[in-house]
Design a protein around this ligand. Sequence first.
Ligand code: ZN
Length: 298
Amino acid sequence: MTDRVIYATIPGVEVRLLSSVTTQLVAEACRRHRTTAAASAALGRTLTGAGLLAMTQKAHERTTVQFVCDGPIGGIVAVANARGDVRGYVRNPWADAEPLNGKLNVAGVVGGGTMHVGRELRRENGTNAEPYSGIVEITSGEIGLDFAYYLTVSEQIPSGVSLGVFVHNDTNRVLAAGGFIVQLMPGARRDVEEELTARISSAPHATEMILQGASPLEMLQTALGSSSIEVLDERDLRFSCNCSRERFLDKLAALPRADVDEMIADGTGELLTCHVCTEQYTVTIDDLRALVTDELVN
Ligand code: ZN
């Protein structure tokens, strides 16, 4: 099943619903970065949360989520745009922590620190508007609760968040990933808030539903016990990095001339690796010579 994200509501109720299945993109991110099971869960939940937040934005806008943390994982970064491109990495993919009550110990690899969310916004005419950014303390380290805390405190929208990644015990492969966010918008009634909160807390875990083949909409229907959910927008999601050979060549071209000359003198060319997606690019001696020649022409 293709990864998908939906934006929905319940007619007559002041509620915003976001839900996604992200199994493929999380599996690809974890395969590329060779993460341990616990690091896969931390990275996958962050990628999923960023993808959900980006769904509330317009095309070409971008959401960046960063955990600056003191646990063995050292840091997590996820970037998502409204077109459904999601990318990210962790500082230490080998980070691990003893399982807790038979479950992956995500809080154990994340530890304490701060969570940063940046939202790039655009005006109708395409120019950049003042970006929005928020920072909160990492209160749980389980990622889902941290997103809920961020949305409630920093964006001031009371939110319930469920994010999950299911990793196979033996193969370390990601078999299910996804999650949902339930947000109470201004004007939501107190009794609605209490009922939704109670339903979310007794809902099955997101990955449990995804393993059974649930779509983003079916997840919401089950979690909220409601059949009247109306989907307002939906998009495909994918792991997609914005790196390219040209971008790396541009970076090399910006280096001091002496550095490039030194690489040419080495005589071996360069193998460059994107730290966000692990893609490798070969830069030959001829490429390097062309950079220097271009510079002279300019
Ligand atoms: Zn890349």
